[in-house]
Design a protein around this ligand. Structure first.
Ligand SMILES: Cc1ncc(COP(=O)(O)OP(=O)(O)O)c(N)n1
Ligand SMILES: Cc1ncsc1CCOP(=O)(O)O
Length: 421
């Protein structure tokens, strides 16, 4: 019988030093697997060999009972003695070929990749999977090196062949996960062959290990993972959509985000009231002096909404993207784009920063930022040719634009081109 397919979707990497006071790693791992963790890596940087082996055997008994693989970080010798399913190694550890020959052809061996040079070497080795990171800032690995950001991960993924699964690691948590999936995308195991390549999972240390309720936290991660996959199935019946939206609405209630709006004077008070009605906190500001502060308020649980309805000068928009762009989700509403050349150029400049996660618009606006010639009456639609495109088609264009796909001259490795820092 073929071994079960490797499921990397929710990958727990341990660090006992981060456990809440009085909690044991064994209980934490058990609860996390009950909550949906699909693979565990024992990463215990301060343990000596004997203690590492003892803990490895204890944790392996649990992972085996619950049917998920256990990998050991760095130490092939420990993995061999524990008898677990494999190892995760980096570039300061034993080389891949030696690890493979010591552990055998069936062992799971993951390799870390932080840049394109490492990717080239890793692909020659042909490991079981790749760990791409650090994506975002993390205190868990002080020597983690330069952050990839969403665009850096996308740029690596472009070069990863279909048969090698990938996970993203570094600073991923329940707050930034949805935005990360919007920008990078998560593979649906039922529809494997997809271009561009998407992630197969996320690897998490602190967001699970520091949780007082690891089972609940993992269920929340699982909820976001399955809703991200469900989004691509496009079953838009209300009965299917409501359960997908509810967890997001509940999260807004339990963890209210601050929404910084730069919006037009027609809809300003409406936008503030709608934001309050869903349980978030609005702040309306087009004063660049406060953008850096706003982007970091509320423990970083912040999003930016840009509405260019009554724009005059592009600089507040660019400075706001500069402050929020790589950290916080950005919603862009290209109001009236297509009505005038100035609006089209303005919207294009914003799109080319590569910072927009969600693009919201009507048919004319979406088609015109996608580069099609549309004649718009005003801000209210697509003019004479309106209504030709079905919503699904338009939403797919939006999703591609948000991921900067289909832009031949867009280089995802480059940092967004912003006016000044
Ligand atoms: C899944 C996953 N990806 C990357 C890493 C980092 O591994 P490495 O580069 O060996 O660094 P250390 O973990 O040893 O500090 C990982 N552990 N897991
Ligand atoms: C092991 C590792 N490799 C790259 S970042 C990282 C640490 C991830 O930890 P956290 O999920 O707490 O940011």
């Amino acid at each position: 019988m073929a071994p079960p397919r490797l499921d990397l979707s929710l990958y727990l990497v341990t660090d006992s030093s981060l456990l809440p006071l009085g909690r044991s790693l064994a209980d934490h791992v058990r609860a996390s697997i009950k909550g949906g963790v699909t693979i565990v890596q024992l990463r215990e940087k301060t343990l000596g060999t004997a203690a590492f082996i003892k803990l490895g055997k204890e944790i392996h008994a649990i992972t085996k009972e619950l049917g998920v693989p256990l990998l050991i970080n760095d130490r092939v010798d420990v993995a061999k003695v524990v008898g677990c399913e494999g190892v995760h190694i980096g570039w300061d550890d034993i080389d891949y070929e030696s690890a493979r020959s010591l552990l055998g052809p069936d062992a799971i061996i993951g390799l870390s990749v932080s840049n394109h040079d490492q990717l080239v070497l890793a692909l020659k080795a042909n490991p079981t999977y790749l760990g791409l990171g650090p994506v975002y800032a993390t205190t868990t690995k002080p020597d983690a090196g330069a952050l990839l950001g969403d665009l850096g991960v996308c740029s690596l993924l472009e070069k990863v062949p279909e048969h090698i699964p990938t996970v993203a690691i570094g600073g991923i948590n329940l707050v930034n996960l949805q935005s990360m999936f919007l920008k990078i995308g998560l593979q649906d195991p039922r529809t494997r062959s997809r271009k561009p390549k998407l992630l197969d999972g996320i690897a998490i240390v602190s967001a699970i290990i520091t949780s007082m309720e690891p089972e609940k936290t993992c269920r929340e991660f699982k909820g976001l993972i399955s809703s991200s996959r469900a989004e691509s199935t496009w079953d838009r019946s209300v009965a299917k959509l409501i359960p997908l939206l509810l967890p997001s609405l509940q999260r807004v209630r339990t963890c209210p985000p601050l929404i910084h709006h730069i919006t037009n004077h027609v809809s300003s008070s409406l936008s503030a009231n709608v934001t309050l009605a869903v349980g978030a906190s609005p702040i309306m500001s087009d004063n660049p002096a406060e953008f850096q502060d706003l982007a970091a308020l509320n423990n970083g649980i912040v999003a930016l909404v840009l509405n260019m309805g009554t724009f005059s000068d592009e600089s507040p928009f660019m400075l706001a993207l500069d402050a929020h762009g790589l950290m916080n989700p950005v919603v862009f509403d290209p109001v009236g784009c297509g009505a005038t050349t100035a609006r089209r150029k303005f919207a294009e400049a914003i799109m080319y920063t590569g910072c927009c996660n969600v693009i919201k618009g009507n048919e004319g606006e979406i088609l015109s930022i996608a580069g099609e010639k549309v004649v718009m009456r005003g801000v209210d639609g697509a003019g004479q040719d309106g209504g030709k495109h079905r919503e699904r088609e338009l939403a797919e264009i939006c999703s591609k634009l948000a991921k900067n796909e289909g832009r031949p001259d867009f280089d995802p490795c480059k940092k967004p081109k912003l006016t000044r820092r």
